[in-house]
Design a protein around this ligand. Structure first.
Ligand SMILES: C[S@@+](CC[C@H](N)C(=O)[O-])C[C@H]1O[C@@H](n2cnc3c(N)ncnc32)[C@H](O)[C@@H]1O
Length: 217
């Protein structure tokens, strides 16, 4: 489908991309700790751990968490906007002997990336909260189209208060509104000095349109 974007929207997308590219060009970005967050570890290894299936990481950076998932039996695809990050993620996966498909692309344009799914788990560590607002519904739609029944989205995000600009940040209310067909099952505050949250969403039954074939069956 063709997109019509305003000049302001194009500027916002270009500015976000430039900022991210600068982070990776300048060396190790602050978030690139090489440590998998305990919230993901709990889901994968904790009590009631998920059965390994197919996972997609949105905004995978240099691949620490994608490699972690692959090493725990998941079939993993991972996407990042920045080619420098993607190269590093591929190297990290290769060095670890982990089978991860790392693709360079936009998490809000998954049709162009080549990640058909379906996925049982989506993981997003602070990718969505930096996406310009006009692209966020497309992000949600991309995940919804690729979600296996009961799929889970584990997302870490900064609250809007954490940013000086008016377009970044994420709230539980926003996710509730932007992810129809999903249920927000948990919101746990992060431990950062600024407001952060771990959100867990579950894909519920697909909405059935009146008169659709699905309804008649
Ligand atoms: C805070 S970093 C986290 C990286 C990685 N998940 C980690 O834990 O180290 C967010 C990542 O999302 C990527 N990103 C931001 N917007 C994106 C988009 N629209 N599509 C794909 N990746 C994006 C950035 O390039 C960055 O690598």
């Amino acid at each position: 489908m063709s997109e019509t974007r305003t000049a302001v929207e194009l500027d916002q997308e270009a500015a976000v991309r430039r900022e991210l590219e600068d982070y990776y060009r300048d060396g190790e970005p602050p978030w690139d700790t090489g440590v998998t967050p305990p919230e993901l570890v709990a889901l994968v290894e904790g009590p009631g751990a998920l059965v390994p299936g197919r996972a997609l990481e949105l905004g995978c950076g240099t691949g620490t968490n994608a490699v972690y998932l692959a090493r725990h039996g998941w079939r993993v695809s991972a996407v990042d906007l920045v080619d420098r990050a993607v190269r590093q993620a591929r190297e990290k996966a290769e060095a670890a002997g982990a089978d991860v498909t790392v693709l360079c692309g936009d998490a809000t344009r998954l049709d162009e990336v080549g990640v058909p799914g379906p996925y049982d788990l989506f993981f997003d560590l602070s990718c969505f909260c930096g996406i310009p607002p006009h692209r966020r519904d497309a992000y949600a739609a991309g995940l919804t189209e690729r979600a296996a029944p009961g799929a889970r989205l584990l997302m870490f995000g900064y609250g809007p208060e954490a940013f000086p600009d008016p377009i970044s940040g994420v709230t539980a209310d926003e996710l509730g509104a932007r992810f129809p067909g999903w249920r927000l099952v948990d919101v746990t505050p992060g431990t950062n000095p600024v407001p952060t949250y771990w959100f867990t969403l579950r894909r519920t039954t697909a909405a059935v349109r009146p008169g659709s074939r699905q309804q008649a069956e």
